[in-house]
Design a protein around this ligand. Structure first.
Ligand code: BES
Ligand code: ZN
Ligand code: ZN
Length: 493
């Protein structure tokens, strides 16, 4: 979708459809400025327009030539934030989908938000709300797609342009992550995933190298290899790098994404319905890292970032690892495996201890790690945990703020030492499960054993993949994490 900015008056724009966000106050005030511009057509629907959040009304023009207008409610002016704009733009996109429209304009409302961010939010909401995954539909979804989006504003078009461009890049990067998650598992072996990352790197100008199984063996990533033992497909370890000359940081920020391309649970097999049936999404953390690298390269952010993606599936093949196995991990620590379905922490642990050797400034891992976080926080919000090293509070508030600004919300969970007791093993240093209680936290406590630097863990098991759409988040892969990380890194830069 092409995105541009225009200062031409709304009623003069040459587009098929206009989306006009309206507040409750504007609706109560009788929509006077719209009546001035569009006349009787607006007058006729006036009584039906409330401006309430989530509501939309379509106005058909008096005469043939002028465009249709969709009014999209923002609610009370006082409460309009960036998320309100994203959702209003997405509701507009929902109406657009049912009509045949190639060109759409959306106007920046007169609300108390900086123009750049308002413009970005509208573009994000529109593109994210227009997303469809049609790869496997033989009729291609049979919907016309919007080719061009115009952001209309009266003043400050420079700021609006900057925001619109950022919004387009960020939203497209989220869609990259969604596409990867939505791919059928039989097109998503570790090697195929790595190929897709190489393609993205080439297209957007960041570096990538892919390790094969022999290199992973040589490095001694035995936790990672244990998970792969039941699989017919070899694992890959993909290293992504964005290192611009003007980077603000000397030591890298490392992003690690869980890349379990399919999680059957292994010998601790999952049941199908409501569990294994969505496990193609178990690489959503990896997808978020790829989307983030794409975005920061396209935005040319002045930050030095390395991405690490351990990729494998988790299957119960003949040589699969078994409950009772003791694994000597990459770091040298020993782990008693008591449940092969707790595989994410096995592969992440090795990536985390490999990251140690890269002397990082900060490491953030993003993973669909535990079902328990879905029980705790639902599918709107991810769980976030961090180690108790210096800067602990700044890290937590930094990532939480990035969540609020970007719309990818996170909420902190506690990491007291006592939780660590739950993963003590009778035969090894630690065991890979800590029982039913607080299992999102014991998973993080497990990972903490492999970390000796500032670290943030984001458990995205809830919001990464939806069975029911939420405003601009569709059914299936949501691309959760891309906006969170991009916003965090932007702030950092
Ligand atoms: N990939 C799952 C976690 C998951 C659950 C992601 C639901 C998305 C939605 C993970 O590998 C897993 O199976 N975790 C187990 C851990 C348990 C065995 C300690 C879980 O959460 O049940
Ligand atoms: Zn699992
Ligand atoms: Zn998993």
């Amino acid at each position: 979708m092409k995105v541009s900015v225009s200062t031409i008056a709304l009623s003069e724009l040459d587009v098929d459809l206009l989306i006009v966000p309206v507040t409750e106050q504007e609706a109560e005030g009788g929509l006077t400025s719209l009546i001035e511009q569009f006349g009787n057509a607006v007058e006729r629907v006036r009584a039906d327009v409330s401006g309430k959040r989530g509501t939309t009304s379509i106005i058909y023009p008096e005469k043939g030539s002028s465009p249709r207008v969709v009014l999209s409610g923002l609610g009370d002016t006082e409460n309009v934030d960036l998320e309100t704009l994203r959702r209003a733009a997405s509701s507009g996109a929902g109406v657009v989908r049912s009509l045949s429209t190639e060109t759409v304009a959306i106007t920046i409302p007169e609300v108390d938000l900086e123009k750049e961010y308002a413009s970005q939010a509208l573009v994000e909401g529109f593109i994210l709300g227009s997303y469809r995954f049609n790869r496997y539909r033989t009729d291609n979804g049979q919907e016309s797609e919007v080719q061009r989006l115009v952001v209309q504003t009266t003043t400050d078009d420079k700021q609006a342009r900057r925001g619109a461009e950022q919004g387009r890049i960020v939203a497209e990067s989220v869609c990259t992550a969604r596409d990867l998650v939505n791919l059928s598992p039989d097109e998503k072996s570790p090697i195929q995933l790595s190929r897709a990352i190489e393609k993205s790197a080439k297209k957007y100008g960041y570096d990538v190298s892919v390790w094969d199984k022999a290199m992973i063996e040589e490095e001694g990533m035995n936790g990672f290899l244990a998970v792969n033992r039941g699989s017919v497909d070899p694992p890959t370890f993909t290293i992504l790098e964005w290192k611009p000359e003007n980077a603000r940081n000397k030591k890298a920020i490392i992003l690690i994404g869980k890349g379990v391309v399919f999680d059957t649970g292994g010998l601790s097999l999952k049941s199908t319905k409501g569990s294994m049936d969505s496990m193609k999404s178990d690489m959503a953390g990896a997808a978020a890292v790829v989307g983030t690298m794409e975005a920061i390269a396209r935005l040319e952010l002045p930050v030095y970032v390395i991405g690490l993606i351990p990729a494998t599936d988790n299957r119960p093949g003949e040589s699969a690892y078994v409950p009772g196995d003791v694994i000597r991990m990459h770091s040298g620590k020993t782990v008693e495996v008591l449940n092969t379905d707790a595989e994410g922490r096995m592969i992440l642990a090795d990536a985390l201890s490999y990251a140690q050797g890269l002397n990082p400034e900060l490491v953030i891992d993003v993973a669909t790690l535990t079902g328990a976080v879905v029980v705790a926080l639902g599918d709107f919000v991810a769980g976030v945990m961090t180690n108790n090293q210096k800067g602990f509070e700044e890290r937590l508030s930094g990532i939480t703020r990035a969540g609020e600004r970007s719309g990818d919300l996170v909420h902190p969970l506690p990491m007291h030492d006592d939780y660590g007791e739950l993963i003590k093993s009778d035969v090894a240093d630690i065991k890979n499960v800590g029982g039913r209680s607080a299992s999102s936290i014991t998973a993080a406590k497990f990972l903490e054993h492999f970390v000796d630097y500032p670290w943030i863990h984001v458990d995205i098991a809830g919001p990464a993949f939806l069975s029911k759409a939420q405003s601009y988040r569709p059914v299936g892969g949501t691309g959760f994490g891309v906006r969170l990380l991009v916003e965090f890194l932007k702030e950092y830069a």
